[in-house]
Design a binder for this molecule. Structure first.
Ligand SMILES: Nc1ncnc2c1ncn2[C@@H]1O[C@H](COP(=O)(O)OP(=O)(O)OP(=O)(O)O)[C@@H](O)[C@H]1O
Ligand SMILES: [Mg+2]
Length: 229
């Protein structure tokens, strides 16, 4: 479970302070499929970064299974971020000299695990529709194909938490639907928690948890079990 308690995020640019998140409180139960929606600039990516401990709140606290991130030893937080969270972000961060398969294996390349996971990496690339692009480098792939490589890379970790920022932003509706099917399988088969930012409301289902953010604050929603404060 992830709890967000009165989180504020303020950026300082020169002397001007911009409040991007202004007291966000919500809960993502383990195994939930959640969407963060809202207009451009409302703070969605900022919140996702904080949930994944890629950045720290200005005030307030985030809890992973009851453990406050701000008081978790950095080494432990980094390990969880590296091994247990699948990030699917707007910039794909693929390494341009590596093939699709090796890019998927990047989190495991420093260890011997990399070799054992090659078959798995290939099967994930097939599942995202890239079976015939295994040995292409990012420069030889379209934007949507690069995005799917990044998705396969995130999923190879078998993450318990998946944080996805517009995971279908570069994809047509057929490939987009395929990615959401994959994310839902992970949620159902492994009980993973999936938190996704999207502009595309077609992918939202009735039982999903939906958090709507506007100007850095959550809007109350009757249907949401996330109980924004
Ligand atoms: N490092 C930063 N310094 C200053 N301001 C920032 C910084 N990062 C983000 N912002 C501002 O915070 C606001 C929220 O940004 P964020 O990326 O969270 O929006 P978003 O909801 O994800 O928008 P989009 O849908 O366009 O991706 C924006 O107005 C942005 O300009
Ligand atoms: Mg964003």
């Amino acid at each position: 479970m992830i709890q967000v308690d009165n989180v504020v995020k303020t950026y300082l640019l020169g002397r001007a302070a911009t409040s991007v998140l202004r007291g966000v409180t919500c809960t993502f139960p383990t195994g939930s499929f959640a969407f963060i929606v809202g207009p451009s600039g409302s703070g969605k990516s900022t919140l996702l970064h904080l949930l994944g401990a890629l950045d720290v709140p200005t005030s307030g606290e985030i809890f992973w299974d009851g453990r406050p991130l701000s008081r978790m030893p950095a080494i432990e937080r980094d390990r969880m971020r590296r091994e247990e969270i699948g990030f699917i972000f707007q910039s794909f961060n693929l390494l341009k000299n590596l093939t699709a398969v090796d890019n998927v294996l990047v989190p495991f390349l420093p260890t011997r695990g990399g070799r054992n996971r090659r078959d798995e990496a290939i099967s994930l690339l097939k599942r995202v529709g890239l079976g015939d692009r295994l040995h292409h480098r990012p420069g030889q792939l379209s934007g949507g194909e690069q995005q799917r490589v990044a998705i396969a890379r995130a999923l190879l970790k078998e993450p318990q938490l998946i944080l996805a920022d517009e995971p279908t932003g570069e994809l047509d509706s057929q490939n987009g639907a395929q990615i959401f099917e994959l994310l839902r399988e992970l949620q159902e088969e492994r009980g993973a928690t999936v938190i996704t930012v999207t502009h595309d409301h077609r992918y939202i289902r009735a039982n999903d948890l939906v958090l709507e953010i506007l100007d850095g604050q959550l809007l109350p929603r009757e249907t949401s079990s996330a109980q924004p404060a």
